[in-house]
Design a protein around this ligand. Sequence first.
Ligand SMILES: *[C@@H]1O[C@H](CO)[C@@H](O)[C@H](O)[C@H]1NC(C)=O
Ligand SMILES: *[C@@H]1O[C@H](CO)[C@@H](O)[C@H](O)[C@H]1NC(C)=O
Ligand SMILES: [Cu+2]
Length: 232
Amino acid sequence: MKFFAAALGLAATLVPQVTAHYRWTSLIVNGTTTSAYQYVKPNTNINSPVTVVSSNDMTCNAGASAAPGIAWAKAGSVIGFALDTPIFHPGPINVYMAKVPTGQTAATFTGTGKVWFKVAQLGATTDGGSTIKWPADNLSSFSFTIPSKLVSGDYLVRIEHIALHTASAYGEAQFYISCGQIHVFGTGTSSPSSSSLVAIPGVYTGNEPGLLINIWWPIPVTYTQPGPAVWS
Ligand SMILES: *[C@@H]1O[C@H](CO)[C@@H](O)[C@H](O)[C@H]1NC(C)=O
Ligand SMILES: *[C@@H]1O[C@H](CO)[C@@H](O)[C@H](O)[C@H]1NC(C)=O
Ligand SMILES: [Cu+2]
């Protein structure tokens, strides 16, 4: 009996650590971490990464649905995403935004179409082949600035951490994705030109040098961030 209880206790403490990946569960707005899935679209993907870059799951993760809230955030202010578990795989971060089309809200919009532009990224630190370091290692949140000139309206904000530990084979880069629902307010009047927008899925083929890469050996001399340039 005693052994059984101990075994159960061991299982309860070990299993989540073995199976649980890190998830972007909350938005950070005005310096406050909001409740999990209050403004972040819930999904049905308990803890697995998305690996098929052509899948609709790439947009806002598998089974994404409307979150209850839309967070008001000022153009030019810092917002972010908090994780339930610190990042423990090596790789970069990208953040994209999409303006919600007329007639929809950030809650109803699923992010389809050529609507996305990149607003932030965090890559690797290289030194010509001696070392490669990933500044995203062990992060429990990632924050960035909403472009101050961005026109007001509802937006989706999509964050991805891309784990590259097995990415030397095609289709083995792992995407950890969430989408937040925000309303940007302010005095901005700008939007990215339509020719600079990308679709997700569509933005990646999986053959990019930053996605199909052996990060272990030989140590990469440089690292090429996947996706378009940050809109500026
Ligand atoms: C952030 O602060 C602004 C005021 O500057 C406020 O209107 C907005 O509702 C706040 N957002 C959240 C999510 O609390
Ligand atoms: C991340 O945490 C692990 C485990 O605590 C540690 O070994 C590693 O050095 C940390 N990495 C960074 C970049 O801080
Ligand atoms: Cu893993």
